[in-house]
Design a protein around this ligand. Structure first.
Ligand code: HAM
Length: 417
């Protein structure tokens, strides 16, 4: 077998102890906060019809054009691994009665994007996301941002920066495109090749070009909101005012457009200084998505779990391995004692005590080594001498003291409050 065969695919990772303890902590914290805000979990399939994503996310986006894992199912139908959670959740929302059009849903799970892997950028990554369906309202957007910050703080993170902008309404897109095109035209020859193409197809996309030359040019553009109507500008102002009232520091970044086409009005991104080049920790916004012949409105966000775990570790929040350590390890000499201790092992576990034992018939020495490796503070030994007396030897691994006990006393020792 070649070395490559034992490794996951590029951009994908196995997640195991001790790091998985940090992930579980993040997931528990997120669930706790979501429930407090009245959100319930939804688990949509990892595979969907390709059109679920292309229609919601937009044909012209990088996610759809370059990053989707698409395949054909056995019936020749085009399907894709989900690159993000919103499109599938909205497909689910459209597949039900009117109550789903106002649902508050959250999800945790893997997403797939065929990007060039690098630190903080994976091909299988994980998101914690939430979608609050319902009509546009600055208060709903501010609440959603507050929820996202609450989840991050509950996980133990601070120090992130919030940037906000507006995408306006779909009917304003033509005016925004025309305004940007006109403003960019005098310097079109200085733009990169991609941006010269974008100037014709979708000038908004020039705003998130990564080339230095283009960045300098778009930085001097008037804000996109200046090409929108008064109502869209007022929506952004009201959202910013509410964030201020909630004491959430936020800055308007007039260049923030986000890479997905379903957004309307408020869009935002959270960055964290510990993340380096891939500093986007989380993003979100308000959207309008047409699915099943209906237009559904909502607001939501997604936090990248790999990046959250990185930022937490940089902040000194480390996996709590102690939680997975057994409280007691059992060690038997001989087959008869092994079966006695197997019964005790299960009796302890049924009473809520985490207990471990090596059941493969190894020597007493090897079993004590296993107890040490497992980090159990107590060991229960049963040799022939103890068996003939009907007792167990309880050993304190820290001090080395040991004492004989009957079964009832032993169970009492581990289950007493
Ligand atoms: P997004 O900005 O594409 O938004 O992704 C959200 C977060 O997922 C990013 O901020 C980042 O932390 C993480 N992420 C994205 N791509 C990768 C990658 N290749 N490797 C590691 N982490 C990554 C969305 O997905 C929207 N669905 C968010 C949303 C929900 N908007 C409204 N509702």
């Amino acid at each position: 077998m070649s070395a490559g065969e034992t490794q996951p695919l590029p951009g994908m990772s196995d997640l195991c102890a001790p790091e998985v303890f940090l992930w579980q902590r993040i997931e528990d914290a997120a669930r706790r906060v979501f429930h407090r805000y009245g959100f319930t979990e939804v688990r949509t399939p990892l595979l969907e019809r390709l059109s679920v994503f292309t229609r919601a996310i937009g044909e012209g986006t990088d996610v759809v054009q370059k990053e989707m894992y698409t395949l054909q199912d056995r019936g020749g139908r085009e399907i894709a691994l989900r690159p993000e959670g919103t499109a599938g959740v909205l497909r689910f929302a459209a597949d039900g009665g009117p109550e789903r059009a106002e649902a508050r849903l959250y999800y945790l799970g893997p997403m797939f994007r065929a990007e060039r892997p690098q630190a903080g950028r994976k091909r299988q990554f994980h998101q914690i996301g939430a979608e609050a369906l319902g009509p546009p309202a600055p208060a709903a957007d501010a609440e959603c941002i507050a929820l996202q910050l609450h989840v991050l703080r509950e996980c133990g993170l601070d120090g992130f920066a919030l940037q906000v902008n507006t995408r306006g309404l779909p009917e304003e897109r033509a005016a925004v495109s025309a305004g940007l095109r006109a403003a960019l035209q005098p310097r079109a020859h200085e733009l990169c090749e991609d941006c010269r193409r974008r100037l014709e197809t979708n000038p908004l996309r020039t705003l998130d070009c990564k080339q230095d030359g283009c960045r300098a040019i778009v930085a001097a553009l008037p804000p996109v909101s200046s090409f929108m109507g008064e109502a869209s500008r007022a929506y952004l102002d009201e959202t910013m005012r509410l964030l201020d009232r909630l004491e959430i520091p936020a800055r308007i970044n007039p260049l923030l457009v986000r890479g997905l086409d379903y957004y309307i009005h408020t869009v935002w991104e959270l960055t964290h200084p510990a993340l380096g080049a891939q500093d986007a920790l989380a993003g979100g916004g308000r959207y309008r998505i047409e699915v099943g012949g209906r237009a559904l409105d909502g607001v939501g966000f997604a936090i990248g779990m790999e990046r959250l775990a990185l930022a937490l570790q940089a902040a000194g929040v480390t996996p709590d391995a102690a939680a997975a350590r057994p409280r007691v390890w059992l060690a038997a000499a001989g087959a008869a004692q092994t079966s006695d201790l197997l019964v005790l092992l299960q009796a302890l576990r049924k009473r809520g005590v985490s207990a471990g034992m090596d059941l493969s018939g190894r020597s007493m020495k090897a079993q004590m080594r296993a107890a040490n490796r497992a980090g159990a503070p107590w060991v229960v030994i049963r040799g022939e001498a103890e068996a003939s007396k009907g007792v167990y030897l309880l050993k304190d691994m820290a001090g080395g003291a040991q004492r004989e006990m009957g079964l009832a006393e032993l169970l009492q020792h581990f289950t007493a409050p």
